[in-house]
Design a binder for this molecule. Structure first.
Ligand code: AMP
Length: 171
């Protein structure tokens, strides 16, 4: 996966001092690399009877939609508050500073759906954990969480011990 890593651009001190932001735009701009990435993202789940992919706003929409397309299933957007037009289920979670919420439409998941959760980065794991809770509140089963990148030094895995995890690239 070293060829993929050459398409991830590190931006120091974005969005705030001390953060090294993993910019995925060079990767998604390059069709061959994007295909390699999506293939690697979904490879373990081709025979897992996934019935839908859920992705977190906003970069999870890019990778999640492509993963859903490749798996031949639908996509469920998990959105920041106030963006979805119909009735929603929501989940609140703690960030380093303050709180955040994610929402999904109440009819986004069919009872018994086998969901693959997709995001670009696993950092501290708070977003992924909240997303799993939201999917479960709606009656879905989280089969696994798949990430393009895992920042292992932030120990997000420790938040997600109840779930199967897959990362294309690890830092
Ligand atoms: P966390 O809840 O800490 O695991 O953060 C995960 C979310 O924040 C993901 O949706 C990422 O898109 C974003 N994120 C966290 N850290 C970074 C980073 N260093 N570069 C890019 N995105 C990040």
């Amino acid at each position: 996966m070293d060829s993929l890593k050459t398409k991830i651009r590190d931006i120091a001190d974005f969005p705030k001092p001390g953060i090294v932001f993993k910019d995925i735009t060079p990767l998604v701009q390059d069709p061959a690399t994007l295909k390699t990435c999506i293939d690697a993202l979904i490879r373990p789940f081709k025979d897992s009877n996934i019935t839908a992919v859920a992705g977190m706003e906003a970069r999870g929409f890019i990778f999640g939609s492509l993963a859903a397309w490749e798996l031949g299933v639908g996509f469920i957007p998990l959105r920041k508050p106030g963006k979805l037009p119909y009735d929603v289920q929501s989940v609140d979670y703690a960030l380093e500073y303050g709180n955040a919420s994610l929402e999904a439409h109440i009819d986004a998941v069919t009872e018994g759906d086998r969901i693959l959760l997709v995001d670009d980065v696993l950092a501290t794991g708070g977003t992924a954990k909240a997303s799993c809770e939201l999917v479960e509140k709606l009656g879905g089963e989280v089969v696994a969480c798949a990430f393009v990148m895992e920042l292992s030094f932030l120990k997000g895995r420790e938040q997600l011990t109840d779930y199967s995890l897959h990362s294309v690239m690890t830092y």
